[in-house]
Ligand binder design. Structure first.
Ligand SMILES: [Zn+2]
Length: 296
């Protein structure tokens, strides 16, 4: 009898903890009168914050320092999304939970913008790394904001125009910076820079696939190392969110050095605190491209 009682108490405490947890950790709309928006990962969070300014609270789903390709939605994320007026996704399978959430939200009060599904592009989600395609993402996010909050349409239009002008400057910097380079081929960890390479006439050689969890085979590694040796590639790029091991292996085998190339798939809290953002990291990428490709 006593044992049953203890079990009943444990069950009761666990169940109530679950309910209390949900109410405690998930702020409802009433916490703030401002518009509530969720974004799936860092670049969309950054763009949305720049456009929304002081008119909305923007919540980023993929936690700082996590990889968006393999992040899975928690029940708290889901509650947060459902409480908001707008969810900004990239699409093209960047978010493993993207298709499902669209079904869940269809017909509800939460609108969804899939900012990375840009007409002419390939089956590759990494549009934010090409400043030209990033402008289309900004446009799509702005349209989503106007849809859910038309009263502030001109405010969003003006912030978006500002952001697009900054992306146009970034495009000019990349175009000029990569104009006179001795090399065109670069070796990177996962295939995130295909659109950027296409935009500026470079060739990407990726060690793993479109998603970092597509592990390369031994043959693939040997092939990339061989390519590095034959083409006298001086630097192998690694990523801030992934282990540098693959890049180090190729570098060791081909006599190259390693250098970071940030696919902007997430910044740590410290990086954001230290003033890093989409633009500072893209400019750092350009500087590292110029080193690796021996540009004048
Ligand atoms: Zn990626």
């Amino acid at each position: 009898m006593r044992r049953i009682l203890i079990i009943l108490i444990i069950v009761a405490v666990t169940v109530s903890a679950l309910f209390i947890g949900r109410n405690f950790f998930v702020p409802k709309k009433s916490v703030s009168n401002r518009l509530q928006i969720s974004t799936s990962f860092y670049p969309l969070y950054f763009f949305t914050k720049e456009i929304a300014g002081d008119k909305a609270d923007v919540y980023n789903i993929t936690p700082a320092g996590a990889e968006p390709h393999d992040y899975e939605l928690t029940t708290q994320d889901l509650a947060r999304i459902e409480d908001g007026s707008l969810l900004v996704l990239n699409g093209k399978r960047l978010e493993s939970w993207g298709v499902k959430i669209k079904e869940v939200l269809s017909g509800t009060g939460t609108k969804v913008v899939t900012a990375g599904e840009i007409g002419q592009t390939a089956d590759d989600p990494h549009v934010w790394l090409d400043p030209v395609l990033a402008k289309s993402e900004v446009e799509a996010i702005k349209n989503g904001l106007v849809l859910v909050d038309s009263a502030n349409a001109s405010y969003y239009e003006s912030n978006a125009a500002n952001l697009i002008a900054r992306l146009e400057n970034l495009d000019v910097e990349f175009r000029n910076g990569l104009l006179n380079c001795q090399k065109k081929d670069f070796i990177t960890t996962h295939a995130a820079f295909g659109y950027l390479a296409g935009e500026y006439g470079l060739t990407q050689v990726a060690i793993s696939g479109l998603s970092p969890d597509e592990e390369p085979s031994a043959e693939k590694l040997a092939g990339v190392a061989d390519f590095a040796r034959k083409n006298q590639v001086k630097y192998i790029f690694f990523e801030n969110l992934l282990s540098p091991k693959l890049a180090e292996t190729i570098a060791l085998e081909s006599g190259a050095q390693t250098l970071v190339l940030n696919p902007l798939e997430g910044l740590s809290d410290d990086e954001i605190k230290n003033g890093k953002n989409y633009f500072t990291e893209m400019k750092n990428n350009l500087a590292n491209f110029k080193t690796a490709l021996v540009c004048r």
